[in-house]
Design a protein around this ligand. Structure first.
Ligand SMILES: Nc1ncnc2c1ncn2[C@@H]1O[C@H](COP(=O)(O)OP(=O)(O)OP(=O)(O)O)[C@@H](O)[C@H]1O
Ligand SMILES: [Mg+2]
Length: 243
């Protein structure tokens, strides 16, 4: 596989869920290639299927139709737990285990040396003085950075972020955004991030995918999709969100 080949490919990906009115397609026939070392912003109105799409990528949910192909291999053939180390997922609100920051990092990877821990803490902008503090006492912004450090401890190739800053105030939001951009550069990570805010997609840069009613309706650079959409749906979303 050459450098520009897709690290992750979704092909005709779809998920139906049962409802009292019969099955509903919440992710509808999405095909797309994600490349290594890039940022992808998943945008769209509430209920568009952004979280559902993200969950299919690391098998938090199983697709009804279609495929997810990771490094050229159909993901159904990869064991889910191994896959989840390579394709990490950061939840909207930080989800940590009881114990200290250090415990949380070691829980993710018990072979971490003291040097590894110091490096992760530094890279995730965690104040060094809190390594042995109970995570229960940390601020939400600190917790989100610990959650990110724990994810990085597993050395993922792709990280999936579902509105990672929605619970944070603007200062922490900017810090997490900068941190993610830095990590993408340092580690050549692929980031797929759901965002509710077109301004955030512009700040993150990279590519954007616009979902409406489960379908992928527009793709391009974040700048193009936000400011200069090619489709009627894209223009409607811009006019609704950017007024
Ligand atoms: N397990 C489920 N059963 C029934 N409906 C579901 C299920 N999961 C999601 N949905 C529906 O699928 C649609 C897409 O949901 P999803 O959470 O992916 O949207 P979203 O784009 O992430 O929205 P938001 O921006 O509000 O987070 C919604 O209408 C939701 O109610
Ligand atoms: Mg969502």
């Amino acid at each position: 596989m050459n450098e520009t080949a897709a690290i992750l490919e979704v092909k005709n990906l779809a998920r139906d869920v049962p409802t009292k009115n019969g099955p509903k397609t919440i992710v509808n026939d999405i095909s797309y290639n994600f490349e290594k070392g890039r940022i992808y912003n998943i945008m769209g109105p509430s209920g568009a299927g952004k979280s559902s799409f993200l969950r299919l990528i690391n098998r938090l949910d199983e697709p009804t139709r279609g495929q997810v192909i990771f490094h050229g291999e159909n993901f159904n053939q990869c064991p889910a737990c191994g896959l989840r180390r390579k394709i990490g997922y950061l939840f909207q609100t930080p989800y940590l285990f009881p114990g200290t920051v250090r415990d949380n990092l070691l829980y993710a990877e018990d072979k971490l040396t003291e040097d590894d821990i110091q490096r992760l803490v530094k890279q995730s902008r965690i104040p060094p003085g809190i390594i042995d503090d109970d995570v229960e006492n940390l601020s939400i912004g600190e917790k989100q950075r610990v959650a990110l450090a724990r994810l990085l401890a597993m050395e993922p190739e792709i990280i999936l972020l579902d509105e990672p800053t929605s619970a944070l105030d603007p200062t922490y939001t900017k810090a997490i955004e900068d941190l993610i951009k830095c990590i993408v550069k340092e580690r050549s990570l692929t980031v797929i991030m759901v965002t509710h805010h077109p301004e955030q997609a512009l700040r993150m840069g990279g590519q954007a995918l616009l979902l409406v009613a489960g379908r992928l309706v527009e793709t391009g650079t974040a700048d193009e999709v936000v400011k200069n959409p090619k489709t009627e749906m894209g223009r409607r979303y811009r006019d609704m969100e950017m007024q």
